[in-house]
Design a protein around this ligand. Structure first.
Ligand code: NAD
Length: 439
């Protein structure tokens, strides 16, 4: 077996041109395609089955007009991509970001499919969002965008069709507005239309913390394998939103020292360790990290390559580039964010496999969708679980996925990402082959 996994081979002669060309574009979509092609080569998936597995089932683009606070009107583009409907409804987050585009949303939807299948959830992947800077909106404007986006999506989503959740730039409150808007149109409360809602609006205990807790659970497993002692272990986290802040707090609870954190407004580094509870309180009060300290301010460009044991990218995609991968000085790369590592960087990480233990995104941040699944199940049954039940079941699902990835990686001598994606893609492929091609 070739353990270096070369770049995917070009399309076979005579095969039709790429049917996604011109529809899905951009470097993140290319990353999703390239990652898929590497696995398809490794699994020996036949050419004629590849497009059926990779190409999204549906892509919806809407315009969302709102009244601004100053009396003017503004229109924002909204997206939703549903990757496949083979195993149940689609499931995935909703992202608000100024430069969001269809290719990015499609790439995230595809990755959600492999993630759900790896975790054994009865879902296909989806993703959506609005091309808007959420930090530039007032609360009233944010509510207007959110309600209008959901209203435009009503014909295309449903508890058994497509279930939304939070992602970058959205939160529990946004999910509550989605649920309320959908329910108003149905004439009844439909809590199961979205997950990641506040507990008092039909959410589950433990969803807000689920992704970060999952990240830290899996870091714990990696530390056991590397025989790292928490009291002597250090961490750095990029991004201090839902995933980053919960991860930081949970690492500190394990006795691990957090040396550096950043968000889009500030970057702090202190070799003696940062006061994470104080940082969490600050962001709860002020929204972002800016203004917390002058002494600990540091250059964000250098954060990822500082020496530490655990590096957690928990903000954006494609931050671990080839150059960064060569310069990394961590033992564990725990991918809290979706798609933080480019294919070129991945090839470097594959060469550095003995030095850096990668927990790939579809495993590392799966805790979020696992507890979203628990929330959906509880809403459908109107029977709610206790926090220990949620945590225990989450840990069991992650444990199973982690062991499966480790076993596959060892059996075939392939990188963790290859093993994780292969398990997910194989499951989707099997389901498609078993169901057959309609009509
Ligand atoms: P969030 O909006 O709560 O937080 C995002 C954070 O990233 C913020 O602190 C923001 O300031 C920071 N950020 C933005 N640009 C940055 C920059 N240039 N440099 C440093 N930091 C920057 O979003 P989130 O829900 O925590 O999501 C973060 C990542 O985790 C995304 O990739 C998302 O897809 C992924 N993810 C989230 C969940 C979830 O349950 N929320 C689940 C799985 C994966």
């Amino acid at each position: 077996m070739d353990t270096h996994l070369p770049p995917p081979r070009p399309r076979a002669a005579g095969h039709t041109a790429d049917p996604s060309a011109g529809i899905y574009t951009g470097p993140f979509w290319e990353q999703a395609r390239e990652n898929f092609a590497v696995i398809a080569d490794y699994l020996g998936i036949e050419e004629h089955n590849r497009d059926r597995l990779l190409l999204p089932k549906r892509a919806i683009v809407v315009s969302c007009p709102i009244h601004r606070d100053d009396g003017s009107e503004a229109v924002f583009h909204g997206f939703r991509v549903q990757h496949h409907l083979t195993m149940g409804p689609t499931k995935g987050g909703t992202r608000y970001a100024a430069n969001l585009h269809l290719g990015e949303v499609a790439a995230l939807a595809v990755s959600m499919s492999w993630k759900c299948a790896l975790a054994g959830l009865p879902y296909g992947g989806a993703k959506g969002g609005v091309a808007v800077d959420p930090y530039g909106l007032s609360r009233r404007e944010l509510e207007a965008v959110s309600r209008r986006y959901m209203q435009e999506m009503i014909p295309f989503v449903g508890p058994k069709t497509d279930v939304m959740a939070p992602d970058m730039g959205t939160n529990e409150q946004v999910m509550a507005w989605y649920m309320d808007t959908y329910s108003m149109y149905q004439g009844q409360t439909v809590t199961e239309i979205v997950t990641g809602k506040p507990v008092d609006a039909g959410g589950t205990v433990g969803r807000r913390e689920a992704t970060g807790r999952g990240v830290v659970h899996l870091i714990g497993r990696a530390m056991e394998r590397l025989r790292l002692n928490p009291a002597e272990t250090t961490a750095i986290i990029q991004g201090f939103g839902n995933v980053g802040s919960v991860t930081a707090a949970a690492l500190v609870q394990q006795g691990i020292k957090v040396l550096g954190v950043s968000d889009h407004t500030a970057c702090y580094f202190d070799p003696r360790g940062l006061d994470v509870p104080s940082l969490v309180r600050w962001t709860e009060a002020h929204g972002t990290l800016a203004g917390w300290s002058h002494e600990a301010l540091s250059d964000p460009a250098e954060l990822l390559t500082q020496r530490c044991d655990i590096l957690v990218p928990a903000a954006m995609e494609q931050v671990i580039t080839e150059d960064v991968a060569r310069s990394l000085r961590c033992r564990i790369l725990a991918e809290g964010a979706n798609g933080p590592t480019t294919p070129e960087a991945d090839r470097v990480l594959n060469q550095r496999r003995g030095e850096i233990f990668v927990i790939p995104d579809i495993l590392c941040n799966a805790g979020g969708v696992v507890v979203s699944y628990f929330e959906w199940v509880q809403d459908l049954q109107q029977l709610f679980w206790t926090e220990p039940e949620v945590r225990d079941r989450l840990n069991r699902v992650l444990e199973r996925a982690f062991q499966a990835v480790m076993a596959r990686a060892e059996r075939d001598d392939v990188p963790h990402r290859t093993a994780a994606m292969a398990i997910g893609i194989e499951r989707v492929q099997k389901a498609k082959l078993t169901r057959g091609l309609f009509p």
